[in-house]
Ligand binder design. Structure first.
Ligand code: F6P
Length: 511
């Protein structure tokens, strides 16, 4: 049943009206167990949700909403390999990429066997490149899911990176980006990874062709050694002259593809063992999502919290604040994961929805955000839930720095909640501003894998309750089509048939 037609939705509306005066400070005073009952452990992650605008009654109603909208049936359909991506008629099986070998029978046995033979080949190749001292630079050319996941993860695990190799990520079609990277490279020392599920994305194809041209112009000959394609479209890769290819399947969505061949830069950086640990961490979170009861299921609790904030409390955005500089691309990664998945305005049958879906997600490493936009979080007119991520054990020995970092993270969450009374106005902090706090013991391949899978399933949960297809992305297509037309006009300035604004821009920018 559509979420807004369920009794639980109506009950939540009434509950939200009652909860208008909800105050975190009062909630903590009234319930000494709050920090405990609103904390949740899941594989590799501890989440303190107690500074959110919820109480046990809110969560119980949200879980009822999940039941009435069929969340678990939808989840189980995904894990059975049903074609829940209906507009593309595809299964959604990124989770299969981290499923242990031989652990599934029936129709999934064969795809799982293929996953593992491809994984073995890819990891063997990664080890070969790691051992190859002549290759000093690995350049990933890809965009969206073929860039954000591997880039975020290579940075996150930089301390485990293989010595003697530099990783570069080129995503933008803006030639400044590729030119700047190529400037420092030597063809015989470079491996280019052309990462594109479709092998048709304009930005990536343009960068790949230019990289190939540069390689040949510099006297490079051995394309098989210096280029590898990571793609679900082997035929298109072969057409471009790629001789080394690692494949994956149409049931892996681009923004869910880090676990596939798209993860090759990460596998080269952290090695086969590290990559397997990443998969194992994610698999542990898959099991948690599949088996934990709703009230103790962290991705479910988070996804439902997102629905509560978006639809009942009217919070339009969420800010991410990782207190670990290696997680600096985390906000960009989660942005695509959530906004491309759940930025939808129609239900699974294409009917327009009367309620809101994906919030706006944004953020920066926390310390930097503190000195930029936290002002607005503390004293602005909008309430923006904040998500802190802290890592207990650092990989450096600068203990002072780490203490300061953690102190800032905890204090910011505290300040948002407690506020500060001041009659003067300017120094008044209203407080009662919500936040969640994720704690990892260490930033390892396993904990990163679990953290990512947690967010994938959280997005699944809110998308499922909203009744949308979280696995297509038609909204990116129109601009691509129009760009083809504009490009052909850019040389002539021909604005015939265009709206006045577009025609004027074209005129100014005509080359
Ligand atoms: O245009 C959006 C998108 O299709 C994303 O969903 C995807 O991650 C990205 O482009 C890159 O696609 P590909 O891997 O096919 O080049």
């Amino acid at each position: 049943m559509r979420c807004d037609h369920t009794p639980a939705w109506q009950a939540l509306k009434a509950h939200a009206a009652q909860a208008q005066g909800f105050d975190l400070r009062a909630a903590f005073a009234a319930d000494p167990q709050r920090a405990l009952t609103l904390s949740q452990t899941a594989p590799h992650v501890l989440a303190d949700l107690s500074k959110n605008h919820v109480d046990a009654a809110t969560e119980a109603l949200l879980q009822e909403l999940a039941r009435q909208t069929g969340l678990t049936a939808h989840r189980d359909a995904m894990f059975r390999g049903e074609h829940i991506n209906t507009t593309e008629d595809r299964a959604v099986m990124h989770w299969l990429l981290r499923q242990p070998e031989g652990s599934l029978g029936g129709d999934l046995a064969e795809p799982l066997a293929q996953v593992h033979s491809t994984l073995r080949a890819m990891l063997a190749y990664a080890e070969q490149i790691r051992a190859d001292a002549q290759i000093t630079d690995v350049v990933n050319i890809g965009i969206g899911g073929s860039d954000l996941g591997p880039q975020m993860a290579v940075q996150a695990l930089q301390d485990r990176g293989v010595p003697g190799k530099h990783f570069h990520f080129v995503s933008n079609v803006d030639g400044h980006e590729l030119a700047a990277v190529l400037q420092g490279l030597q063809p015989e020392r470079t491996l280019f990874l052309i990462a594109s599920k479709t092998f048709s994305t304009t930005e990536t194809m343009t960068n790949a062709r230019s990289a190939l041209a540069w390689f040949r112009a510099q006297g490079g000959v051995d394309v098989a050694r210096h280029f590898a394609a990571l793609t679900a479209n082997g035929a298109a890769a072969a057409e471009m002259g790629m001789q080394t290819t690692f494949g994956f399947w149409d049931w892996v969505g681009g923004r869910y593809s880090l676990w596939s061949a798209i993860g090759l830069p990460l596998a080269i950086a952290i090695g086969a063992q590290g990559f397997r640990e990443l998969l194992a961490g994610a698999h542990a979170m898959d099991r948690h999502f599949q088996t934990a009861p709703l009230e103790a299921n962290l991705p479910v609790r988070l996804g439902l919290l997102d629905v509560w904030y978006r639809n009942f409390l009217g919070y339009t955005s969420r800010s991410m604040a990782p207190y670990h500089s290696a997680l600096r691309r985390w906000p960009a990664y989660v942005q695509q994961l959530e906004m491309e998945s759940n930025g939808k305005r129609v239900d699974r049958l294409g009917q327009a929805l009367p309620y809101d879906t994906s919030p706006v997600l944004w953020g920066e490493p926390g310390t930097n955000g503190q000195h930029a936009y936290f002002q607005m979080l503390h004293q602005g007119t909008q309430v923006v839930p904040v998500e802190f991520i802290a890592v207990k054990k650092p990989t450096h020995s600068l203990q002072d720095h780490h203490e300061l970092l953690l102190a800032h993270a905890i204090a910011q969450a505290q300040a948002l909640m407690l506020g500060q009374a001041d009659d003067g106005g300017h120094k008044h902090f209203p407080g009662n501003r919500p936040s969640s706090f994720f704690l990892l013991d260490e930033l390892t391949p396993a904990s990163l894998g679990a953290l990512i899978a947690l967010h994938e399933h959280r997005v699944f949960t809110s998308g499922s309750v909203w009744g949308i297809n979280s696995f297509d992305q038609w909204g990116v297509e129109l601009g691509k089509v129009l760009a083809k037309d504009i490009r052909s006009r850019l040389r002539t300035g021909d604005g015939a048939g265009l709206d006045a604004s577009t025609a004027a821009l074209l005129k100014v920018l005509t080359l």
